[in-house]
Design a protein. Structure first.
Length: 350
């Protein structure tokens, strides 16, 4: 994986992040507690249990999108790897994600979303880099993308590196504007951190003093997937390679795989008819504001079905003033006829 330039503290933060336990979710692993939990929700893979029982792990190729799945001896999918993407979904210990400060929604899942060191292609399971990576992470309880994501909701405890820089803990969206209602956008991950950050293209960005501990919707994705999970980051939408700066830049960028493509006429496009292709960890994009022309203007991370069967996402939102799966300003669900469900437009797998 390419190294970042100019910020030694990044390496320290990464090590600490890998060693740290999850900040704000509970593991329900003991047998006496497992019975209290709702049944774990699986990824939306229509062929999840259609494999034949062989008594050993087997690989299978699937389409739409092109991907390789690993099945256990009973034929159930235990890992999914999509061509052109670096994120993988692995089955592991069951976890419960909650946000009691803002919602009663609960997600019980055995999905773990991790970043691979290389982009998946057909046959990658035979390559040494993958064998080494899979051996290290399959069944691991090391923090994954979901663990990182929930370390910024209300009540999440602060985490600091050995230089005193806080890299996790409750995040806000941004300061209020003069009207006392709307909030400022353009708040990136380095604003949350409060430190200058040098990108791979050599550009250094400096934090805005009034945005400390704040991230807008795309800044939150860059904080989780980029700064924490180590996916490369662009300094803006146009320079370098990696995850672009804005929601629209991410939606239209070359990185990752388009799982649900934009459909219909601009500037509003249309809501996708089928969202069953989504997989936990996918990036979601919404069209919400007529003032932004044909741009996608909100982004989120798909978490998966909640205990009521609804498809839930997490995002940093103005109304909630920070990362949330809560309901204020619109229910964080993609199914049904809610506010965000109606404005959902496309999805990408990094």
């Amino acid at each position: 994986m390419p190294k970042r330039k100019g910020r030694p503290v990044v390496h320290t933060v990464t090590v600490l992040a890998l060693l740290a336990g999850s900040a704000y979710f509970t593991y329900e692993l003991r047998k006496d507690e497992q019975a209290k939990l709702p049944a774990a929700q699986t990824i939306t893979e229509n062929l999840q249990t259609s494999g034949k029982a062989t008594g050993k792990q087997t690989w299978e190729r699937l389409n739409n999108p092109a991907r390789s799945v690993l099945r256990d001896g009973k034929g159930a999918v235990i890992a999914t790897f999509t061509d052109g993407a670096r994120t993988a979904t692995l089955k592991g210990p069951t976890r419960t994600f909650t946000e009691p400060a803002n919602t009663t929604t609960k997600v019980v899942t055995d999905d773990w979303v991790r970043l691979m060191p290389e982009t998946w292609t057909k046959g990658s399971e035979k390559q040494q880099w993958f064998k080494d990576w899979f051996k290290q992470y399959y069944g691991s309880e090391e923090d994954d993308v979901f663990a990182f994501a929930f370390q910024y909701i209300v009540g999440a405890p602060a985490k600091k590196d050995d230089q005193g820089i806080q890299y996790a803990g409750h995040a806000t969206y941004g300061p209020l504007k003069a009207d006392g209602v709307d909030r400022f956008e353009q708040t990136d991950f380095y604003d949350y951190l409060g430190i200058p950050y040098t990108f791979r293209d050599g550009v250094t960005k400096y934090p805005q003093k009034d945005r400390l501990r704040a991230v807008d919707c795309s800044g939150y994705l860059r904080l989780v997937y980029g700064y924490r999970a180590r996916y490369p980051l662009m300094s803006d939408n146009d320079h370098g390679d990696g995850l672009p700066r804005t929601a629209d830049g991410m939606a239209r960028g070359k990185e990752g795989v388009d799982i649900i493509k934009l459909q219909g006429p601009s500037p509003w496009y249309v809501r996708p008819q089928n969202i069953d292709v989504l997989q936990p960890g996918d990036l979601l994009f919404f069209k919400m504001d007529h003032r932004t022309g044909n741009h996608m203007d909100h982004s989120a991370i798909y978490v998966g079905p909640d205990t009521e069967g609804h498809k839930v996402f997490i995002s940093s939102r103005k109304e909630q003033n920070g990362p949330t799966i809560g309901d204020q300003g619109g229910v964080s669900r993609l199914d049904g006829n809610g506010f965000y469900a109606g404005l959902f437009r496309s999805a990408k797998r990094l």
